[in-house]
Structure formats: structure tokens, C-alpha cells
Design a binder for this molecule. Structure first.
Ligand code: SF4
Length: 224
């Protein structure tokens, strides 16, 4: 049973533009919306993801899941160079730091622009479903994005509530989604590799022993 009272739907909401970051984060939100008379159109805008083969895999997983509900997925451009410009000078920031706020603003502003141009009054995002993200940063970025397009309202919601966090874990297993091992950008990839290597060294294990680390190292070669 979902605890509906923990999801506060803006009055009169039927059609929503749902900025989606990936299939795992979208899964329980989409299901909840479909069960509660809220119809989402998905807007896949994630030019932060690097390298492009990782981006393509995450996008295809998202489309696969959305299509199982008959939903439309709008495929925004993969403009990684513009995203890099946006976060210039913030490359060494930790996750949940200033680079992430800028990253959210970039993606949600594009989503708000699309909502404005296509008649959507309500915008929300799956970014607010991950425990790795700062909800305050997501809310700040959403408020910033709609300040540029005042006919669009940002639906600020903690999408971990109402049983959705547990449901998300269950759907991830049911759907056998691709296992994402880092947040998305090249800087998070480097940080994850460094963290995993340090942990293995501490445990006295060789890097070679970890197949998941090897997968990450293979992706890293696209940086060079
Ligand atoms: S760590 Fe994640 S949220 Fe932060 S800048 Fe990179 S992709 Fe964006």
C-alpha cells in the first residue's frame, strides 16, 4: 500500500513533464503516477553523462521501461560540451557540491524551457528520488529553472516518501536494470574509481580482483 499522503500533488495536476535521469530513479515515480491519475511525459535530458556509450545505455533502459507503460519519452540533445562549459572551474568539487547544483540547474532549465514551449504547466524530476542527491539542491535548481519560465510550476517532492523508496528497490530487481556504478559525469567516474581502488588496497586485494572496477576502468579510457 502506498502512503499517498506523503506525495503532495499540486492541485489540478493531470499532465506532468517528468525530467528523468535514468530508469532506476524513474521506476517507482512513473508507477505511482500511473496509479494516481497523473500522466507523465518523460524528458530525458542528461548531457552530464559520460562517456556517450554510458549515456546511450541509460537512455535505452529508460525508454524500455517507459514504453512498458505506453509513455512518451522526449529525447533531449546530448550536448556534453555545453554541459562542460557550464561546470567549468567546478571539476574538482565533491559530489553534492557546487558542480552538482550547477548540473541540476542546467538540466532542469532545459526541461523548464521544453515545458514552457509545449504547454506543460507542471515540471518535476526523478533527481529527487536518489539518496545520493541533495534534495535541497534539487529544489533550488527547480526553483531557478521555473523562475525563467513563470508559466511553469516546479513540483518539489521528496520521491523517496510514500513507500516509493522500497518500491524502487523492488522494481530494479524485477526489471534487471543496467547497474549504474557512478553518478554520471567523468568527474564522478574518476572519484568512484579512486574510491574503489583505495578500498581494495585497504583490504589488501588486487585491482584485478574486481570485475566492477574493471568495467569502470574501461569506461575511463574514453576520457583519454
Ligand atoms: S556528480 Fe552527478 S550530479 Fe554531480 S555534476 Fe556529476 S553528474 Fe552531475
Amino acid at each position: 500500500m502506498h502512503k499517498k499522503y506523503q506525495i503532495q500533488v499540486p492541485e489540478g495536476t493531470r499532465e506532468v513533464l517528468l525530467h528523468t535521469c535514468c530508469a532506476p530513479c524513474s521506476s517507482a515515480i512513473i508507477e505511482w503516477m500511473m496509479q494516481n491519475d497523473v500522466h507523465p511525459t518523460l524528458y530525458f535530458c542528461n548531457p552530464n553523462i559520460f562517456p556517450q556509450k554510458e549515456y546511450d545505455i541509460r537512455k535505452e533502459e529508460c525508454i524500455r521501461y517507459a514504453q512498458s507503460f505506453g509513455l512518451t519519452v522526449v529525447d533531449a540533445d546530448y550536448d556534453h560540451l555545453s554541459w562542460r562549459e557550464q561546470v567549468r572551474g567546478l571539476e574538482d568539487e565533491p559530489e553534492r557540491g557546487a558542480r552538482c547544483l550547477m548540473c541540476f540547474k542546467f538540466r532542469l532549465t532545459k526541461a523548464a524551457q521544453y515545458a514552457h514551449e509545449h504547454g506543460f504547466k507542471i515540471l518535476t524530476t526523478t533527481l529527487a528520488s536518489s539518496r545520493w542527491k541533495s534534495l535541497d539542491q534539487v529544489a533550488e535548481a527547480g526553483a531557478y529553472a521555473v523562475s525563467l519560465y513563470p508559466d511553469v510550476q516546479f513540483w518539489t517532492q521528496n520521491w523517496r516518501k510514500g513507500g516509493l523508496s522500497d518500491r524502487r528497490s523492488a522494481i530494479i530487481k524485477e526489471q534487471c536494470f543496467y547497474n549504474q556504478q557512478y553518478c554520471g559525469c567523468e568527474f564522478s567516474l574518476r572519484q568512484t574509481i579512486a574510491f574503489r581502488k583505495a578500498r581494495m588496497q585497504q583490504a589488501g586485494k588486487s585491482d584485478e580482483a574486481s570485475s566492477s572496477l574493471k568495467d569502470l576502468l574501461d569506461l575511463r579510457f574514453d576520457l583519454e
